[in-house]
Design a protein around this ligand. Structure first.
Ligand SMILES: Nc1ncnc2c1ncn2[C@@H]1O[C@H](COP(=O)(O)OP(=O)(O)O)[C@@H](O)[C@H]1O
Ligand SMILES: [Mg+2]
Length: 620
């Protein structure tokens, strides 16, 4: 438990430590301001006791010397404005120090939160693939925005107010004791109850806040998911279903919020009552003591001032503490992300070539995402630099996993993977990924200009190289036809591209990088025939210059490859050239028969349809 709470606030402690002088400065300022605040009722008290009322209280102390220095009590009684002036002056000084405290605290808090945001964003980019794959992006988004805001509010408002109240109490209460111990006790008698009640409330509300936060996260996730998947929802006409799900979550969220508001209403009402009771005790008790001559009228007057100065901030402490409850939840949620493991870097300090040649060796590699379920079993192969290898196999066979291991998105357990004879584990992840270009099945482009999108893979590339890459990917003319050419912004408020166009742009992005190893993971099954031809042509024009791995379902692609690998159930079951594999009566032969059979059947269908006049010539 103690270690947990230790790590829970560690992030905050580290960040605050960085600005400790600012925070210390604001504590000192608030201390000085509190002292001057204390002086306001005190001046009133001295004015009443030593100047206004007869017989005057006479003591040989600093105050008396100041009165004598100012001209004596007689003179001051006729110049009452001097006491008023002193009160104004003291209030101004107190206000100035409060301002200084706010200034220091605000700049420290803002910079603390800004650094936390930067830190979090940086961390997000380095999280392991495993975490990214399993986390909900809506939830992460909420942690990075609304939880950070909660924390910000906590630092700028709650911590400041709690600190202010504590410092105020620490300075004013001892001074009050010096004035009159009995009256001090009377002024503070209900404070423990106020604090106890606030503390109890704080714990109650913390649980509820967590539930509210989670409900809000669930709501955000639904909205975010539905925005991304809106086409799927429409295609299946599931709007009502999704709306119902939203309404359900929304109503949970509202109910929880309502309960929270009710709890707060109770808290306010009861704590108001306690505070008024405390003021009433001082008014009545103090009044009675003054009338009995136990305390002076000035003391009575001063303690009314001290009590109202203290009790309301103390009651506010309850509110601040309960909001701090919300912040501890937010901090825990942020800390959870920060605790998620980053990709480890076990790179050895060895000299790595700027550009690899591109030989790949797998030796008895076994791997599973979960320890009890193997996805790859004893996979061994070697690929020469510049070779083109097609990988086929049923879905779930482990083809993509092979690539993920090659890119060090996951670390392999048993066996060895080498690029250019170097063990993959000893090469930095960044370096490996710099050598491998991938074209993913789902083309993703940023909502930025086409230029930025294409140059994303090679930030320093020249415009000529960019145009060349776009030409190879057969998208240059399309881009030129846009009014703003390469400056065209894609997405939300810009031009939207068709699936094939997007894929061509991503191809230019990958080609511009000119990586020694290029991987296409099922890319071609998602594009139209024309785009497929363009991509294959662009790649074949570079044949031999780079190692090419193509995961595919199409025999037509396999035919052009140097070798074909067949994966089944996590094992490499066949490998060889297209012709070679056809002679074996395995999976590949079957795939070929299905695809060529389909082709024949399709041709037969078309010719018989033509004979029956169903299809007009040229429309096929
Ligand atoms: N991130 C993951 N976490 C857990 N299991 C996974 C993950 N990705 C893939 N798998 C599992 O690993 C197996 C192989 O997947 P994959 O390599 O994607 O197959 P393929 O690309 O051949 O279709 C599948 O059974 C799949 O369920
Ligand atoms: Mg796959």
């Amino acid at each position: 438990m103690s270690t947990k709470s230790h790590s829970q606030y560690q992030v905050l402690i580290d960040l605050i430590r960085n600005k400790k002088w600012y925070y210390l400065g604001s504590v000192i300022s608030v201390g000085i301001a509190s002292y001057f605040m204390f002086l306001v009722p005190t001046i009133g008290k001295e004015a009443i006791d030593r100047v206004l009322t007869e017989p005057r209280v006479e003591k040989e102390d600093l105050v008396q010397r100041m009165i004598d220095w100012a001209g004596g009590a007689e003179m001051l009684a006729n110049q009452l404005w001097l006491a008023g002036g002193a009160i104004v002056l003291v209030t101004i000084v107190s206000g100035l120090f409060m301002y200084l405290k706010d200034y220091l605290a605000a700049s420290a808090c803002e910079s603390t939160v800004q650094r936390l945001r930067d830190h979090l964003y940086h961390h997000l980019h380095h999280l392991s693939e495993k975490y990214i794959g399993s986390a909900e992006s809506g939830d992460i988004l909420q942690r990075c925005t609304s939880d950070i805001d909660t924390l910000r509010e906590f630092l700028t408002m709650q911590v400041m107010n709690i600190g202010r109240t504590l410092v105020l109490m620490a300075i004013v209460i001892p001074l009050m004791f010096m004035q009159h111990a009995g009256m001090t006790l009377l002024s503070l008698i209900l404070v423990p109850i106020v604090l106890y009640y606030a503390r109890k409330f704080f714990f109650q509300v913390r649980d509820l806040f967590q539930q509210v936060d989670e409900a809000e996260g669930a709501l955000t996730t639904i909205v975010q998911e539905n925005l991304t998947g809106i086409r799927v929802v429409r295609a299946f006409a599931r709007q009502d279903y999704e709306c119902e799900k939203f309404e359900e979550k929304n109503s949970t969220y509202s109910d929880l919020n309502y309960r929270l508001i009710c709890m707060f209403a109770n808290f306010w009402a009861f704590s108001d009552l306690l505070c008024l009771l405390q003021s009433g005790l001082v008014l009545f008790g103090g009044g009675w003591l003054a009338s009995q001559g136990v305390i002076t009228v000035g003391t009575y007057f001063a303690f009314i001032g001290y009590t109202s100065m203290l009790i309301w901030p103390i009651r506010q402490l309850g509110k601040e503490l309960s909001e701090a409850g919300k912040a501890t939840v937010a901090i825990t949620r942020i800390q959870e992300i920060l605790d998620a493991p980053e990709e480890t870097s076990s790179a050895k300090a060895m000299h790595l070539p700027e550009r690899f040649k591109g030989t790949i060796e797998f030796d008895q590699v076994s791997f599973g995402y979960e320890p009890d379920r193997q996805v790859l079993n004893d996979v061994s192969f070697s690929i020469r630099a510049g070779e083109t290898v097609a990988i086929v196999g049923p879905t779930g066979a482990g083809k993509s996993t092979l690539i993920q291991l090659l890119m060090r998105l996951y670390d392999y357990g048993k066996g060895s993977i080498k690029i250019d004879g170097m063990e993959l584990k000893h090469i930095g992840r960044k370096h490996i990924r710099g050598q491998i270009g991938t074209l993913l099945q789902e083309p993703f482009l940023f909502s930025r200009s086409l230029r930025e999108n294409i140059k994303f893979s090679h930030l320093k590339a020249s415009d000529e190289a960019m145009v060349l890459a776009a030409k190879s990917a057969a998208v240059h003319h399309t881009i030129e036809s846009f009014q703003k050419g390469y400056e065209t912004v894609i997405g939300e408020r810009g031009v939207s591209l068709s699936g094939g166009q997007k894929q061509r742009v991503t191809l230019s992005r990958t080609l511009l990088k000119e990586p020694p190893i290029l991987v296409l993971d099922d890319t071609l099954s998602a594009v139209d025939a024309a785009t497929e031809q363009q991509i294959i042509q662009a790649l074949h024009s570079k044949k031999g210059e780079q190692t090419l791995l193509i995961i595919t379902h199409r025999i037509s692609v396999c035919q052009k490859a140097d070798r074909v690998f067949v994966m089944q159930n996590g094992r490499l079951v066949e490998q060889g050239s297209h012709r070679n594999l056809l002679t074996k009566h395995g999976f590949y032969r079957e795939l070929w028969e299905i695809q060529s059979g389909q082709k024949e059947r399709f041709e037969q269908d078309v010719s018989s349809a033509k004979q029956q006049g169903d299809i007009e010539l040229g429309v096929t």
